[in-house]
Design a protein around this ligand. Structure first.
Ligand code: AMP
Ligand code: ZN
Length: 432
């Protein structure tokens, strides 16, 4: 039933394992210039770590710490001991680098294999990896995990829809790894090319790397006639394979033997109550070359209380509600792009893509949402379109408390990037 015996540990066993590994990783980390200095200043003694709760006494590590100590201030060994390097996509600011030893890579591949097995991928599957290779961890991360599990693995990379379809048909691809915004686009393209999703060999899509809503998942599942599982990770924590949905699709199990997750109030740094939303903070428990302790991910989520029907005790996190740095402030109101996606993807008239533009009207910041409309709803009667436009604006206002400008555009008219979607563009100084 499980890929790995760690998956059947009980809560007290996980707690004990985490406490033990936390003490060891703090010891290991002190070999790096960054933690050596930081822990000397904070007077941290690894031997004093006895329980998981002792993590709260350790200082946080931030993205700025990574940037300020770029490129190698976090390494616990000489560079010659490392065999791989990835760089975070850095949609916000300077990129950060993560180095891996061979043992770190092996452990990562095991976690990836476990993650895929957990949602139903088996050795007999053929997996097509449709995310970009190169510095993005979704390429090689998924790739080595898939090989570790024993799947025939096709490193298709991103883009080139026609070739993707041909590979899927020629080689009986049963599992795809695909970014959700691209999956929506791709599903439409497959239909436009004249293929009926029911006749395609696929059965599972691993979707992740960017925020998306439950309705987006449902759309992908319906459009493609597939089961789609949420996959969460980030370069700083290796890449994908940090948390993954099981077959119950009810939150992502965080692999707690390898990561120690916490959820804090981003303002106070204190733990939130069980089940409340806050910022996810992660500690690598087994990484030897570049451990990160209490790393503030800036991703907002919550722990899902209770036990999962699959029997795994590894705590589940909810889908990402947004990133602390994604927040828009319009007319004094805080808005997350995912609130907008939530409304749009629940409306049957809305097509597969949208774009949020920040504009300035008479010196006041305003939001404009470009919304693709499905062909069958893109009628010539202006009155019908205007009423749809008003309806979308009203629904958005109810959610975000600001009335946005809404512009209806034709299906496939918003440019689609091959990697993670850029949902927000700032035109305030262009059009202002
Ligand atoms: P990168 O390290 O550049 O791949 O970016 C990692 C970031 O992507 C995370 O911190 C999240 O903000 C986002 N991300 C990754 N996986 C997911 C997911 N399943 N749902 C929402 N956001 C995700
Ligand atoms: Zn489960």
């Amino acid at each position: 039933m499980y890929y790995d015996k760690v998956e059947s540990l009980e809560r007290d066993e996980i707690d004990a394992l985490q406490a033990d590994r936390l003490r060891k990783v703090v010891e290991t980390a002190m070999a790096s210039p960054f933690y050596k200095k930081k822990y000397a200043e904070a007077d941290i003694d690894p031997a004093s770590i006895k329980t998981v709760d002792d993590v709260r006494r350790l200082p946080f590590t931030t993205k700025n710490d990574l940037r300020n100590n770029y490129p190698d201030g976090f390494l616990t060994r000489p560079v010659e001991d490392f065999v791989r390097l990835h760089v975070s996509s850095g949609t916000t600011g300077t990129p950060t680098a993560v180095y891996y030893t061979q043992s770190d890579l092996d452990k990562w591949a095991d976690l990836m294999a476990r993650s895929m097995y957990c949602c139903g991928v088996r050795k007999s599957d053929v997996l097509q990896n449709m995310s970009g290779y190169g510095l993005f961890t979704g390429g090689l991360g998924i790739h080595y995990g898939s090989e570790r599990l024993g799947c025939l693995t096709i490193p298709a990379g991103a883009g080139n829809t026609k070739r993707q379809i041909k590979l899927i048909r020629d080689f009986n691809v049963s599992v795809m790894h695909i970014i959700p915004s691209f999956a929506l686009y791709f599903a439409q393209k497959v239909r436009d090319e004249g293929f009926e999703p029911k006749t395609m060999p696929w059965r599972i899509a691993l979707i992740g790397a960017e925020p998306h809503t439950e309705d987006t998942r449902k759309r992908i599942e319906e459009l493609m006639n597939i089961k789609a599982f949420n996959s969460y990770g980030m370069t700083e924590m290796n890449g994908p394979g940090v948390a993954f949905e099981c077959e119950h699709q009810n939150g992502m199990h965080i692999w707690e033997d390898s990561y120690l997750p916490e959820i804090i109030n981003p303002q106070t740094g204190e733990h939130v109550k069980e089940g409340e939303i806050g910022e996810l903070v992660m500690t690598t428990l087994t990484r030897e070359g570049m451990p990160l302790i209490r790393y503030r991910t800036r991703d907002l989520t919550r722990f899902i209380p209770g036990k999962c029907a699959c029997g795994r005790v590894h705590r589940r996190m909810d889908r990402i509600a947004g990133r602390a740095d994604d927040m828009l402030i319009i007319k004094g109101v805080n808005i997350y792009p995912m609130q907008i996606e939530k409304i749009l993807m629940a409306m049957p008239e809305v097509g597969q893509n949208y774009l949020i533009e920040l504009i300035r009207e008479k010196f006041i910041d305003q939001i404009r949402v470009k919304v693709e409309i499905k062909d069958e709803f893109f009628v010539e009667d202006m009155r019908v379109l205007q009423s749809l436009q008003k309806r979308i604006a009203a629904k958005l206002r109810d959610e975000i408390l600001v009335t946005p400008r809404v512009e209806l555009v034709m299906h496939n008219s918003i440019p689609k990037s091959e990697g993670k979607a850029q949902r927000v563009v700032d035109l305030r100084d262009v059009e202002g």
